[in-house]
Design a binder for this molecule. Structure first.
Ligand code: SAH
Length: 345
């Protein structure tokens, strides 16, 4: 069965016409799904029973069921746990900033990248999310909060470039002028560094921001934190970043999670400076969020500041990511794991 909510308006028109319907019915359906964010056909008042029956027979209609919401007492950040139609669960995060609301979505159920500090990957990859399942995280949160989402970051569970086709379709639907029309400039995709897909993405004529999870400034350290570093060297990554910037004009973001005693020395900051200097980039320093399955610890605050200052003195554009939702299992994959293991009452 075809997935109705993953189809573009054009595709929907073609399919409905082939089923004997008028093309404009596609526009109505599309608006119910992607603008009015209908959870089911029942809400669609101007759609005939005949068309609803036809849809029920030919398509599945993606909707997520909300299992749990945790709201941070510190900053109002909310973490959502949703069930998919096959019973798998995914988590998404809603953050309120001065410049608007941000949603962090998952792109896969689980992950096969194996980063050492990350909770999402501990049980490996279950499956890819469909475009509609990624979209629906934004839609469900919009419905739940009653507020518009202005920024979307693909930084939840999963490696987005490992689910390339569905990711691309998700981005196109999310930014479609006939849908929620979220500006591509407000969409960020974070990757652990799949080099061929980074080159491919550069050719897609998108205005999204690409964030690279770097986390180390030399290959040896990176390999100890991220298995993907055995496949691609930092040199290859930097070339792919430069290419991305040349082709799209979009500044790259480097994410660098500071792990106490592992990647936070002055020497690390110097090496990072050398990597960042030739590129038009921005560095986001993230104090590592410790997970109980590993014994990584956060760098001390004064070390984080010293690290930042060293980069700044070298005229590198750098910010320390404000930690949000620390009290609500904010780190990638923590809430889903707790749910699966039955730790949540
Ligand atoms: N797979 C993609 C996106 C998901 S992770 C990627 O690797 O970029 C989003 C970001 O959070 C990545 O930079 C990831 O390395 C980082 N991250 C994961 N677990 C973390 C933790 N426990 N503490 C700090 N950052 C973490």
């Amino acid at each position: 069965m075809q997935d109705l909510k993953s189809m573009t308006l054009e595709e929907l028109r073609v399919v409905l016409v082939s089923l004997g319907e008028k093309a404009f019915r596609a526009d109505q359906l599309y608006q119910w799904m992607h603008v009015k964010l209908a959870v089911s056909y029942e809400e669609m008042t101007n759609i005939s029973h005949t068309l609803k029956d036809l849809c029920n027979k030919n398509f599945w209609y993606c909707s997520l069921s909300l299992i749990r919401v945790q709201e941070s007492k510190l900053d109002g950040t909310r973490k959502y746990l949703f069930a998919l139609r096959d019973g798998n669960v995914v988590e998404s995060v809603w953050m309120r900033y001065q410049h608007g609301n941000s949603v962090c979505v998952s792109s896969q159920v689980g992950c096969r990248m194996g980063c050492r500090f990350c909770a999402s990957t501990l049980d490996g990859l279950e499956r890819n999310l469909t475009p509609s399942e990624i979209l629906e995280q934004v839609y469900a949160i919009t419905r739940h909060t009653g507020e518009r989402v202005s920024n979307v970051v693909v930084m939840g569970t999963g490696e987005p470039l490992d689910n390339y086709e569905n990711l691309l379709r998700f981005i196109r639907l999310l930014s479609d002028e006939n849908g929620l029309h979220i500006s591509q400039r407000n969409i960020t995709v974070s990757t652990c560094g799949l080099v061929p897909e980074m080159y491919r993405l550069a050719e897609e004529k998108l205005q999204i921001t690409l964030a690279l999870s770097l986390h180390a400034s030399n290959d040896e350290k990176r390999r100890s934190l991220m298995p993907i570093a055995n496949r691609y060297s930092i040199r290859e990554l930097m070339d792919a970043c430069e290419n991305y910037f040349c082709k799209t004009g979009r500044r790259i973001t480097f994410e660098y999670s500071l792990v106490g005693g592992v990647n936070d020395t002055d020497r690390d900051a110097e090496e990072l400076t050398e990597l960042a200097k030739p590129l038009n980039c921005h560095i986001n320093l993230i104090p590592v969020n410790p997970i109980k399955e590993r014994n990584y610890v956060q760098s001390e605050t004064k070390r984080v500041i010293a690290f930042k200052n060293k980069l700044e003195r070298n005229k590198i554009n750098v910010t320390i990511r404000r930690e949000m939702g620390r009290d609500i299992d904010g780190a990638c994959g923590q809430l889903r794991r707790k749910h699966i293991s039955g730790e949540l009452a």
